[in-house]
Design a protein around this ligand. Structure first.
Ligand SMILES: [Zn+2]
Length: 389
């Protein structure tokens, strides 16, 4: 695409800004917390209707599993290079419970757009819609493109994972519409992996007044273990263990026979995860009358900064430069479904969605003027990737 047509694309997307904002408002005002299938289905219906005008093949997948989290939405656009399909990846669920809109209503100014899930990641969905619409306005897409929106990303993708992996495996690259890194709108070229463990401590119950010494406190034992676990963190190397929840005991006058600690582990490499796993399984009780159980493991493998990801990032940075802005790259702690696709060896670039800040907080916002620019960036990146083949 020439520089002239590039600035024309950005101009036409800039002119679409009011329509983008109006679309985003409809998506925000349809709340969609993870775990509420009816709410997710209602948002999916809105999105599918908007895309239907572009004449793709639309499929709503009922996901397997004992819990219904709502449908995943797959939108397929044909193209001349079916073998080199691109996968755009996002999610429809948010972390905000139903009714959040009452205290955190949709709010729009020339500089900021606010509302539950606006940044993570409903603005990213709107940007993809308008990017594809702008490309299709000039003719057929330069390559086949699939957009997949899953309903359960915010709770660790328990039921959508297999679908995401299946669609990634038939794609030559995955572009993740999750928010850009705050505050400068950087692309995410690596993300830490996440593991979750529960340490369950079994003690011996006794009356705290009559029989204190016969008891073995699960709470005291858990406290000692927490101190040991916290020494495994190596923040400089990107490895952290956070005992985030501790619970146990029944009454003040009973020596506790049960305590639990839930530990969130973040790591940069698979070998760090393996070392932590081994260390946790090697924990031994200080009081021999107590028993320890370790449950859990790795939930998302790390998204490591591979040469394939760097190549994708360079293409995106070049497209951004030609659109008149700088696109930095960042390594971040939080995981996304990009971790799943990167772990399969599919080149993955994350953080191609909205620019803003405050994900998962009452201050969540998107920078209004960035929406057309990021939509243009996505359109240019799709074009550049197709031209590479
Ligand atoms: Zn997200």
């Amino acid at each position: 695409m020439s520089i002239g047509s590039r600035s024309a694309l950005l101009r036409s997307l800039n002119a679409e800004l009011p329509a983008m904002v109006a679309t985003l408002r409809r998506y925000i005002e349809q709340e969609s917390p993870s775990g509420l299938p009816e709410a997710i289905a209602a948002l999916v219906a809105l999105i599918a209707d908007d895309f239907a005008a572009l004449k793709p093949r639309i499929r709503k997948h009922k996901l397997p599993g004992t819990t219904n989290y709502g449908p995943a939405l797959e939108i397929d656009f044909g193209g001349p290079r079916r073998a080199s399909r691109l996968l755009l990846l996002g999610h429809t669920d948010t972390v905000y419970p139903l009714g959040t809109l009452r205290n955190m209503p949709w709010h729009a100014t020339a500089s900021r757009l606010c509302g539950p899930g606006v940044f993570d990641m409903k603005a990213g969905i709107v940007q993809a819609l308008f990017a594809l619409r702008a490309l299709l306005a000039r003719g057929p897409l330069p390559c086949a493109v699939t957009l997949l929106l899953v309903p359960d990303e915010e709770i660790g993708s328990p039921v959508s994972r297999l679908l995401t992996e299946r669609l990634a495996l038939r794609s030559r690259a995955v572009l993740v519409l999750e928010p850009a890194a705050a505050p400068d709108g950087a692309c995410k070229t690596s993300r830490k992996g996440i593991a979750r463990y529960t340490l369950r401590v079994h003690g011996v119950a006794a009356h705290a007044g009559l029989d204190f010494e016969r008891g073995a406190s699960a709470i005291v034992e858990a406290a000692r273990q927490v101190v040991a676990i916290s020494t495994l963190s190596r923040p400089d190397a990107g490895l952290t263990l956070n005992p985030g929840i501790i619970s146990g005991g029944t009454r003040p006058n009973v020596v506790a026979d049960l305590a639990e600690v839930v530990i969130d582990v973040r790591f940069r490499t698979a070998s760090q995860a393996a070392r932590v796993d081994a260390a946790l399984h090697k924990l031994r009780p200080r009081d021999a009358r107590c028993k320890l159980e370790i449950l859990g493991g790795v939930e998302r493998a790390p998204f490591e900064r591979t040469s394939a990801t760097v190549r994708l990032y360079r293409l995106a940075a070049k497209a951004a430069e030609e659109l008149g802005f700088r696109l930095p790259e960042a390594a971040v702690g939080g995981g996304s479904d990009g971790n799943l696709t990167a772990a399969l060896g599919i080149p993955t670039l994350d953080g191609l969605g909205a620019v803003g800040d405050g994900a998962h907080s009452p201050d969540e916002f998107v920078m209004t003027r960035e929406m057309p620019r990021r939509a243009a960036l996505l359109a240019e990146l799709i074009t550049a990737l197709a031209a590479e083949e």
